[in-house]
Design a protein around this ligand. Sequence first.
Ligand code: BGC
Length: 366
Amino acid sequence: MKRRILILLGLLAVMVPTVAFMVACNAGPKVQVGIVLPTKDEPRWIQDETRFQDALKTAGYTTEILFSQGDSAKESANVDALISKGIKVLIICPQDASAAAAAADKAHKAGVKVISYDRLIRDTPNVDYYVTFDSVAVGAAWGTYLAENAKGKGNNLYLYAGAASDNNAFLFFQGAWSVLQPKIADGTFVIKNSSQAVALKDQATLNRDDEGKIIGQVTTNWDFNTAKNLAEANLTAAKAADKGTVYICAPNDGTARAIADAFAADKAVKKYYITGQDAEVASIQYIIDGKQSMTVLKDVRVLVNDAIAAAVAYLKGGKPDQTTTYNNGKADIPAKPSQIVTVTKDNVKAAIIDSGYWPASDFKGI
Ligand code: BGC
């Protein structure tokens, strides 16, 4: 009898939150938290969707996730749709930092709290909170990795950047430059593919306009094909002496694989070191296979939990935790950036498999 009661209690413990969530989901068109992500075309944002879905299984409140497919007009329409469903909190990763300001303004006007997710919305005071990783640390991790693997002087350095419409591209570049510039100044590295970076090579810190000049010249626009074409153009323009062993600062995993493939296809390139970020499954396999040198793990589970915690704080009438602020051109936005982890062949098993980030079955040769 006692056992039966215990089993019943056990069953109830499992079922009550699930039923509560199902009831909440079916409660009608009302949605409490709206989530808008930039595109389904990059594995990074599918990761975020999946991790949100996993975390929301037990959250007990109603949410809806929409994708903007790289289009600010669609992003704006998504925000309108969510506002009309009665959201109280909007978690939004902007497609274009400045274009998204209008969407944030609309949401705020409708009494919705706006959480900028991973990428900072710029040029509006109507952003309540920024959920992010330490993006400057991401760039610094690239610089550190490349510098630690450079030997002697005169090493060939190729710089690539994210989209100029993404505030993160500037933060990543700022972090990378903080480590690479002293190594360029002391002759360890020689920049091979950016006259703008060469012109600014003696400046330890760059203002946003100067960063913009370099990013404009070496942008991948976060697009694999753009990255591949740019790398091929750089290789065509390079002399044999600019090849041999090369050091490549690549801004994320998708573009890193495209750039790595282009460099690997050039017979005059004997060895390359290349950075990345996002710990995408395909790039972890590249690292295991020795085709990509490192990635930066930004544990999306942490970001998702931070975003949900912030949303819940607002739903309960409180405020999320804050350790710093990020200036978005109009206001200092409260934030609590999360830590990042450098992943190489040496720690890939501990950082990716043992941490439960991806299962070993996703990879060959681990
Ligand atoms: C994100 C990266 C991502 C890139 C391209 C950045 O804002 O922080 O994780 O790889 O956008 O989507």
